[in-house]
Design a protein around this ligand. Structure first.
Ligand SMILES: [Zn+2]
Ligand SMILES: [Zn+2]
Length: 250
């Protein structure tokens, strides 16, 4: 059985109880983290996920609400006692941003800091991102103000699939990537350039024929409004607001 953890479900500006959108997928043997715009390690501990299983960190794009917590996360991994290298994967602009953020700090005196292994992902549909004994992860580019990659995560053992849109306008590439997924985690920031609202996310879920839609990257409640969720549920029945700290089997 594999689990999706919604470590954070907010947009860059969100309700007081939501931090930036960060995800994890976990099996008995592997923990893969996605994005680090906040205190990622604290969120991992808060959902009871196992940081010692960490295989890789994936970064979807270069915006602060997705990458700015990277140096803090490395400090915490070091203090946690991790010795193995950490694989950090993303399209070039995303991992460049992480690298620059990390290099802003002088960690040369931190004995035993885990090695960072950068792995570049191609910005094309079906690009390989990560695979280990538990998960196979592929990507497709979304449509946002900067290059961004959506992710499709397949559980080798059970065959379950989760797709994460990352930040994007409604995108045919994301529809294709998400086709047949058990869970689509889609952003619902609002209807403006580079983003989607809840109704548009529901249309993507319907077109992709997914089992369940979880809305994340949520704005403050007064901007989302109950009507937003209502409209989304009319367009795709199995729509839910992502629960901060929620865990879902797939
Ligand atoms: Zn963004
Ligand atoms: Zn964002």
């Amino acid at each position: 059985m594999a689990y999706l953890h919604l470590l954070g479900t907010g947009a860059a500006l969100s309700d007081p109880h939501r931090t930036t959108t960060m995800l994890a997928v976990e099996s008995e043997h592997s923990l893969v983290l996605i994005d680090c715009g906040g205190d990622l390690a604290q969120r991992v501990f808060s959902v009871g996920a196992h940081l010692e299983r960490l295989s890789a960190l994936l970064i979807t794009h270069s915006h602060p609400d997705h990458v700015s917590g990277f140096p803090l996360f490395m400090e915490k991994l070091w203090l946690f006692g991790r010795e193995q290298p950490l694989q950090v994967c993303g399209i070039p602009s995303a991992i460049d941003q992480a690298r620059r953020s990390f290099e802003a700090f002088d960690t040369s005196g931190w004995a035993g800091m885990p090695e960072i292994r950068w792995c570049e992902v191609l910005s094309e549909a079906g690009a390989a991102v990560w695979s280990d004994e538990s998960f196979v992860i592929t990507a497709a580019p979304g449509t946002h103000g900067v290059p961004v990659t959506a992710l499709r995560i397949e559980d080798r053992a059970g065959g379950g699939v989760v797709t994460y849109s990352a930040d994007t306008e409604p995108s045919d590439a994301v529809v294709r990537l998400a086709t047949g997924s058990d869970i689509l985690v889609h952003e619902a920031t609002g209807r403006f350039a580079g983003h989607s609202d809840a109704g548009q996310a529901a249309e993507v879920a319907s077109r992709a024929g997914v089992g369940r839609l979880l809305l994340v990257h949520l704005p403050p409640a007064e901007r989302l409004g109950p009507a937003g969720i209502l409209v989304a549920t009319e367009r795709f029945e199995h729509t839910e607001e992502g629960v901060e700290g929620g865990s879902y089997s797939f």
